[in-house]
Design a protein around this ligand. Structure first.
Ligand code: SF4
Ligand code: SF4
Length: 286
């Protein structure tokens, strides 16, 4: 093992000890083929050479099993991937003497973050995009939450996955019989939902349709976005009684609370992931 490989191994071990379920490394220059200038690792950190990506499970197996879907919504996850990457970023600077930053994956304008964790996860060999809202599925865990650290430390990169994780063979069979995969069936764009797509003769994704705006309005009503939405509703309401009832509604209370405790609500819809067979095995406990 050469020095770079040893460093990569040690960094991956540290990331797992810090709470990540999976960790992979990508080359900073690989972004060039996928995103425009301004969104590449070296646009965010000069001389960036590597991107270390961690993924962690969000809701526990028990939360997925709860018959009350709101349990998933309000678990208030202090995301393990964020904790791990914050610790790992400092660790790389102190242990290896190289610059490191947490990649900025939160949106700064609309739904557009300066850095895509989804692309990072794919380039680091941790998963591939799926029919379900383009979510990057990991072959072992399915849905994971990703974070990344950009560093000037040169590390050997992991290969990308050779096989697409989605569609699962079971979904291909379902599609052959019904014309829909399980995720498309629960959120069909032809029936008021957000998803559609086709599978080719070899069982691979042929085309994908995802209505992000519709999904966001249903699944992402938390934090500042929800507060802005409900505040606009309150100030434009002319009926005083109705205005008061909005202010005292559960949604307004949650949106106000979410401004302070941003992570107390994770998302409001997990239905496309609930029916997905990828990662289900990992959620089977006693
Ligand atoms: S999160 Fe919900 S609304 Fe969004 S694509 Fe999945 S099932 Fe549809
Ligand atoms: S249910 Fe999961 S594996 Fe199957 S098509 Fe949808 S995202 Fe892919």
């Amino acid at each position: 093992m050469d020095k770079g490989e040893q460093q990569a191994e040690a960094i991956k071990r540290a990331a797992l000890e810090m709470g990540a379920d999976v960790v992979g490394i990508a080359r900073a220059r690989d972004w060039e083929a996928f995103v425009p200038e301004g969104y590449r690792p070296y646009d965010l950190l000069p001389e960036a050479s590597s991107v270390v990506v961690v993924g962690a499970r969000g809701p526990t197996a028990g939360a997925w099993r709860s018959p009350n879907p709101r349990v998933m919504e309000v678990l208030g996850l202090d995301f393990a991937n964020d904790r791990a990457i914050a610790a790992l970023t400092g660790h790389i600077e102190s242990e290896y003497g190289h610059y490191a930053i947490q990649a900025p994956g939160l949106s700064v304008a609309g739904h557009q973050p300066p850095f895509s964790y989804m692309l990072a996860a794919v380039l680091a060999g941790l998963g591939t995009r799926s029919f379900a809202a383009n979510i990057v599925l990991n072959p072992r865990y399915g849905l994971l939450y990703y974070s990344a650290c950009i560093t000037t430390l040169e590390l050997p990169a992991d290969p990308r996955l050779e096989q697409d994780v989605c569609p699962h063979p079971m979904c291909v069979q379902t599609y052959r019989h019904t014309g829909k995969t399980p995720c498309i069936a629960v959120c069909d764009s032809n029936d008021g939902g957000c998803l559609d797509g086709t599978i080719d003769e070899d069982g691979h994704i042929e085309s994908v349709y995802y209505d992000r705006e519709r999904c966001t309005s249903r699944a992402m009503n938390f934090g500042p976005v929800a507060f802005q939405k409900v505040l606009a509703q309150v100030v434009s309401e002319e009926d005083a009684a109705r205005q008061e009832s909005i202010i005292h509604s559960d949604f307004f209370a949650r949106a106000s609370s979410g401004v302070s405790f941003y992570k107390e609500s994770v998302a409001q819809c997990f239905e496309c992931m609930r029916v997905c067979p990828i990662g289900r095995q990992e959620r089977k406990l006693k």
